[in-house]
Design a protein around this ligand. Structure first.
Ligand code: ZN
Length: 108
């Protein structure tokens, strides 16, 4: 008997949040002055959005229309720019900040 190859989920079956996370792969991110990050608009590459850590929630906030209009209505909402910046921060952290010794000390 031949084992049937596991079917990959079709894109239409992904939740809106999963679709935004997938689209974030195409978004370029850079550090912003004096703080935060800039994410390039997917539709208009010459346009950039500013992302920063909300001092109250400690989550990322974005200046795009998606985030401004839906972000406040849905707690924990992540637009594709937030998703892109989270990955950028994670890669940066792994390259420059991550310290296995510190993690080990905390676990002990
Ligand atoms: Zn956004």
């Amino acid at each position: 008997m031949i084992a049937k190859k596991k079917q990959t989920k079709r894109v239409e079956e992904f939740t809106p949040n999963e679709q935004r996370a997938a689209r974030s792969e195409r978004i370029a991110v850079a550090e912003a002055e004096p703080y935060g990050w800039m994410a390039r608009s997917e539709a208009e590459p010459e346009y950039k959005y500013h992302l920063f850590r909300d001092p109250e929630t400690k989550h990322l906030a974005c200046t795009c229309a998606d985030f401004v209009f839906r972000g406040n209505a849905e707690p924990g909402y992540e637009c594709k720019h937030v998703s892109a910046v989270l990955k950028h921060i994670a890669r940066w952290y792994l390259s420059f900040e991550y310290d296995p010794q510190r993690q080990h000390a905390r676990a002990a």
